[in-house]
Structure formats: structure tokens, C-alpha cells
Ligand binder design. Structure first.
Ligand code: SF4
Length: 470
């Protein structure tokens, strides 16, 4: 008999979605079943995001909303990055919450002795009527020097857990947790810790189970990590130092192996210096020529202030080289506007870069001053309104470029993977972050079909089948 019903709400990035999948697997192993809605659940779990202030606010609003929606007696648990970063403060700031729990230890259902709270369990109080801002101070971790691993930091508990079968024909697979870089704006290493890569055999076993699932076999695996290109470096160091000259990097070997098991292998979050010819070749060989480059800016002095590699010229050279090898290659990136010290010249350089690079997709964010990061202490903070103005300029320019890139696909024939009736994706669209291809509802979820792209509608395309679906 089921122990109860759970509702799991996920905020933030694809990496968080993977954690949620693992949590769901754990809860189901423990005898819980999914609830159709939060109002009917016995256990409500919110997997939060702490990336920037806006994400934190959204997480808190979700917690408060669910606190108000849950039925009497249901327990409310907050986990994820906010719990990792602000555990104790969150527990005292949100009396509605029964437990704030980090990923550093197993998150078991309420009432189980396996559950270990980060913050002290708070007494229940009447839920707040409306979302209220919660002031959070310094995080529990630190960014520099590299944080020591502790019981409070994320561990492999979640990464290595089994997960339920995917409800879609694609799935994120997280291959590592944490990050060894120290980008000036980023607080992630302070609460997710240094990089810990999963053994390749574990990753491949997970891919195999997803690909062989009876109900919905996964045809597309999206590999994610905080710093995907560095996958396995920690393991190489752990097992006797540098890899042998000429041998493939751990990521290259992993991508080759995964590509042998599923139709599509997609990589997200590639640090630009790691985009070696070897990695480009293996990505192109998968048949998914999609490059999600984490660039953040292009002005060299600003990138140096961010403690990041590269400049616009080098990025353009790399993109051009990939396009020479594969003219159909798709590029995505993200950029920060208003990083401390960003000048008008830096901003103009970014606009020129966008114009020259003709990226298919790009995300823009205004700088968020994160406690404990290098950037929070830097001089030359850019007023928020100016950062927003710069962001609007970039969005406006990129929107026209994206529209042009989408228009250019009209008339082409492409293979689509049908995510759900009426909606699918070619290799040019990553799930959940890019546009989609609108399809006839007769194509069943999970099927693969060749379609002619007949029109573009904003960021979406319209596809008409040209042969029998597979
Ligand atoms: S590589 Fe990504 S996760 Fe790592 S410090 Fe830089 S921005 Fe943060």
C-alpha cells in the first residue's frame, strides 16, 4: 500500500530537474506515489533555485503558494540550492515549512529517521496570504578559496540514485556535481562544492535504463553538469594524475559511448576554452551539431574581471571553424549585462559580436550581486537601470537574428523527435529552452518523423510529415 502521495515542484535549471527526477525515484522507492495536484498531496517538496535574486524570489513565492494550497496535515519540505545555501536562515524565515533539507544527505519522506534537516524543523504557522520578500544574508559556504567538502554540501547521494522512467522521449542526465572554476559572479561552487564526476559506468547504466524503458524509451539524452567539459577531470586526478597523451578526454569518451546507445546526444553548458577540435569532432559525429557555449561576455578585460577565459575574436574563430565543418551547426549562449566595470565600449563590443556571430539562440541576464562572490566586492558596479537598458538592446538585436535563423530553416526537411502530440524538435532545438516544431497531433509522442519545415511562427517552426513516422 502506498505510504502517501507526493507533489514535487521544481524551479531553476535543467540540473535541478535531474535532481528532482532522482528525488521522485527515491520517494517512489520509499512507497510514495505521485499526486495529481499539490492540494491532494501528503508531502509537498519544493526543489528551489538560488541562482540570482529573481530566482530566489520565485522559489520563495512557490513555497508560500504551496504552503497555502496544501491540505491540512500535509508536510512541506524545501530542498535544492536555496536549502543548500541558506538552510538555517530559510528555516527561520519560513515558519510555514516543516523541513529545510539539503542534498548533502538522503532526503527521505517526512517521518523517516533517514531524514536529516539542514535547518532546525520549524513549528507550523498559518501560511502567508501573499508572497513576501525574504531577506537572506551571507550564504553558509564561501567562494574563495575553494570550499572544503562537508556534510552540508551536495554529495553523490542524489546523482547515483535510480530515477523513474521518463515521461518524455528525452531526459537530462547529470554527469557531475559541483565546479572547480571560480567565475567572479558565481556562487555555485560555494554551496555545490568542487566537481565530483560520476563514474562513466554509472552514467551509462542510467542512459541504458532510460533508453530501454518500456513505456517511453528515451531517444535523446541531454548531458548536463555545472561545467560539462570538465567532466571526469577530478576522477583522472584521483586515479593517478594526468591522462595519457593522445587519449581522449573523459567527456569525449563518454559522449561516444552515450551516442552508441541513444539516437540523440546533446551537450549543455560548455566552457569555451574546452571546446577542443577533439570535442567538436565527437559532437558532430553524434549527428546533433548543437553547441551551447557558456560565453557570458566577449570584452577581454571584462572576461578577465570575471576570471574567465577568452574574448570575442577567439569565440568568433571557433564558431566559424565549426560552421565550416558543419554548416547546419546550431549555437546557443548566455551573457551577463552590467557586470562590475562593464563600459559602453564593452557593451558595444558585445553588440558587434552578436551581429557577427549570428547565434541561433541566446539568453541575457543582468548581473546579480551574489554575497560571497568576487564580483560583489568589485568596484565599478553598474546601475541596475543601465544594465537593464543594455539587456534590452541585446535582446532586441538577438530576437531579429534568431527570427532570421529560424526563417532560414523554412523549406528544409528535418527529422523530428515528437515530444508530445502536436510538438517536436529537430536537432536545432534543445528541450525546454529553445523553440519547438509544431506538428500534426496525429504523430504519437516518442515517434520520429521526417518533416518539411513549412513556416516559422516566432521562435517555433511548423512541420509537415514527408514520410511515414518511425
Ligand atoms: S563554470 Fe559555471 S558553475 Fe562553475 S564557477 Fe563558472 S559560472 Fe559558476
Amino acid at each position: 500500500m502506498a505510504k502517501g502521495r507526493y507533489w514535487l515542484q521544481t524551479l531553476g535549471c535543467p540540473k535541478n530537474q535531474v535532481d528532482s527526477d532522482k528525488l521522485a525515484g527515491l520517494l517512489e522507492t520509499d512507497g510514495f506515489v505521485p499526486s495529481a495536484c499539490p492540494e491532494k498531496a501528503d508531502l509537498v517538496v519544493v526543489n528551489t533555485c538560488a541562482f540570482v535574486e529573481a530566482a530566489r524570489q520565485e522559489s520563495i513565492e512557490a513555497v508560500l503558494e504551496l504552503a497555502g494550497a496544501r491540505r491540512a496535515g500535509a508536510r512541506l519540505v524545501v530542498t535544492g540550492c536555496m536549502a543548500e545555501r541558506y538552510g538555517d536562515e530559510l528555516a527561520s524565515a519560513l515558519p510555514e515549512v516543516d523541513l529545510v533539507a539539503g542534498f548533502g544527505r538522503p532526503l527521505a519522506p517526512v517521518g523517516s529517521e533517514r531524514m536529516v534537516p539542514v535547518g532546525a524543523p520549524a513549528p507550523r504557522a498559518a501560511p502567508a496570504a501573499a508572497p513576501v520578500p525574504v531577506e537572506l544574508g551571507a550564504p553558509r559556504g564561501r567562494t574563495s578559496p575553494p570550499p572544503a567538502r562537508s556534510a552540508g554540501l551536495a554529495s553523490f547521494d542524489l546523482l547515483s540514485l535510480p530515477r523513474p522512467a521518463s515521461a518524455a522521449p528525452w531526459a537530462y542526465v547529470k554527469v557531475a556535481e559541483g565546479c572547480d572554476r571560480r567565475c567572479g559572479f558565481c556562487a555555485i561552487p560555494s554551496f555545490r562544492g568542487t566537481q565530483r564526476s560520476r563514474p562513466p559506468a554509472d552514467v551509462l547504466a542510467e542512459v541504458r535504463s532510460l533508453a530501454c524503458a518500456q513505456a517511453m524509451p528515451v531517444n535523446e539524452v541531454v548531458l548536463v553538469a555545472q561545467d560539462l567539459a570538465s567532466y571526469g577531470r577530478d576522477r583522472t586526478a584521483h586515479h593517478g594524475g594526468a591522462r595519457r597523451a593522445g587519449s581522449p578526454t573523459p567527456l569525449v569518451s563518454l559522449v561516444e559511448a552515450v551516442a552508441g546507445m541513444v539516437r540523440r546526444t546533446r551537450l549543455l553548458y560548455l566552457y569555451p576554452s574546452a571546446l577542443t577540435s577533439e570535442l567538436v569532432e565527437v559532437v558532430l559525429a553524434t549527428g546533433v551539431p548543437y553547441f551551447d557555449l557558456s560565453l557570458q561576455h566577449v570584452a577581454r578585460p571584462l572576461l578577465a574581471r570575471m576570471r574567465r577565459w577568452g574574448d570575442g575574436e577567439r569565440f568568433l574563430e571557433r564558431i566559424a571553424a565549426i560552421r565550416r565543418a558543419e554548416p547546419r551547426a546550431t549555437f546557443r549562449s548566455s551573457f551577463i549585462l552590467g557586470y562590475p566595470g562593464e563600459t559602453e565600449e564593452d557593451h558595444d563590443e558585445l553588440l558587434s559580436f552578436l551581429d557577427a556571430a549570428q547565434l541561433d539562440w541566446a539568453g541575457f541576464f543582468t548581473f546579480s550581486k551574489e554575497t560571497g562572490t568576487l564580483a560583489a566586492r568589485l568596484e565599478g558596479q553598474v546601475p541596475g537601470e543601465l544594465a537593464l537598458e543594455r539587456l534590452r538592446e541585446c535582446v532586441e538585436l538577438q530576437d531579429t537574428i534568431t527570427a532570421r535563423r529560424r526563417d532560414a530553416l523554412v523549406g528544409e526537411v528535418r527529422e523530428v523527435l515528437v515530444d508530445a502530440p502536436g510538438r517536436g524538435r529537430t536537432v536545432h532545438e534543445a528541450p525546454e529552452i529553445d523553440g519547438v516544431v509544431r506538428l500534426p497531433a496525429s504523430l504519437p509522442a516518442g515517434s520520429i518523423a521526417d518533416v518539411e519545415l513549412t513556416a516559422s511562427l516566432g521562435i517555433d517552426l511548423v512541420g509537415a510529415p514527408v514520410g511515414a513516422g518511425r
